[in-house]
Ligand binder design. Structure first.
Ligand code: DGY
Length: 323
């Protein structure tokens, strides 16, 4: 019997690829940059499995062309790059990699929050610009984190992990979520409307998936509700925030600062207004990027491919309705 063929859209940690290779014939995309859409489509046409990343657009035409496809396994918890409804219509299971990145991503959200609040990147630049000539009472004075109010938008697994960290800083926690009040109270937090959260928070941290409902959730109106001393942290998806509105709010100092792990678009163009602002720290979508967590994500993605090839239920499936 011929072996299944799987296209893997980027080099993964070797241990995961070696394990996958025991189950199927692999073609692994070797370039640092992702295959473009036409190439991805061509590579998937004759494949039974696709191991994708969040940079790969997987839509209905691609799925139609891939008539033998048994599984799509995305190495990410987010799957807004995939038309899941189209996959479901065609009976194709889609896997993701939840849970293993919760703590790593929450650590990073907090790292961004602390870096921006205490102006750490500005401090580094201050020295390299040759400006450090003495200790001064007002130089690079930032915002306190301990005892401040943190607003968490979206109380999924990562939002909860951020809330746990905030308790160690004795922060008041406000949460905007569809989860029941009892779940929020169990975290020592208050469930509030989006407007109330934006008005009262010193820090606002975004933890919603990107959907039609959360696209540009934070725009001009929402930014205008925030305190002039507030800091916005985004480790969710860039398109949850309207970038032009954020750049204007930061430029006009209607909010104090922002820390962004994710942008719209990605990668952010070098002439993007957000990159010109000292009060905006932008990093390249690395919140889950610890060596251990990326290895675990790759292993989970491989587990999903193997199960899909065997016709078994994926261990972490985002469209279980197909079963
Ligand atoms: C995800 O998994 O969706 C993150 O954005 C990258 O780890």
């Amino acid at each position: 019997m011929s072996r299944d063929r799987v296209f893997v859209s980027r080099q993964l940690p070797p241990a995961a690829l070696d394990r996958l290779a025991q189950h199927c014939d692999l073609e692994v995309w070797q370039d640092f940059l992702p295959p473009d859409y036409a190439v991805l489509r061509e590579k998937t046409e004759s494949a039974q499995g696709l191991l994708s990343l969040l940079t790969d657009r997987i839509d209905a035409p691609l799925l139609d062309a891939a008539s033998q496809l048994k599984v799509v396994s995305n190495m990410a918890v987010g799957y807004d790059n995939i038309d899941v409804a189209a996959a479901s219509q065609r009976g194709i299971p889609v896997g993701n990699t939840p849970e293993v990145l919760n703590e790593t991503t929450a650590d990073f959200a907090f790292a961004l929050l602390m870096s921006v609040a205490r102006r750490i990147p500005e401090g580094k630049k201050y020295i390299s610009d040759g400006k450090w000539r003495t200790w001064h009472p007002t130089v690079l004075a930032g915002q306190d984190i301990y005892g401040a109010t943190l607003g968490i938008i979206g109380l999924g697994r990562i939002g909860r992990a951020v809330a746990q960290r905030a308790r160690g800083f004795d922060m008041r926690l406000l949460v905007n979520t569809l989860e029941p009040e009892s779940e929020v109270q169990a975290l020592g937090a208050e469930k509030v409307s989006l407007e109330a959260l934006l008005q009262a928070s010193d820090f606002v941290s975004l933890h919603v998936p990107l959907t039609a409902a959360t696209h540009h959730l934070i725009g001009k109106r929402e930014l205008a509700l925030m305190k002039p001393t507030a800091i916005l942290i985004n480790t969710a998806r860039g398109s949850v925030v309207e970038p032009a509105a954020l750049a204007a709010a930061l430029r006009e100092k209607s909010i104090l600062a922002a820390g962004l792990d994710v942008t719209e678009p990605e990668p952010i163009p070098l002439d993007d207004p957000l990159l010109q602002l000292d009060n905006c720290l932008v990093v390249p979508h690395i919140a889950s990027a610890s060596v251990a967590t990326r290895a675990k994500m790759a292993e989970m993605a491989v587990d999903n491919v193997i199960a899909g090839l065997r016709g078994e239920r994926l261990p972490t499936c985002v469209n279980p309705e197909i079963y």
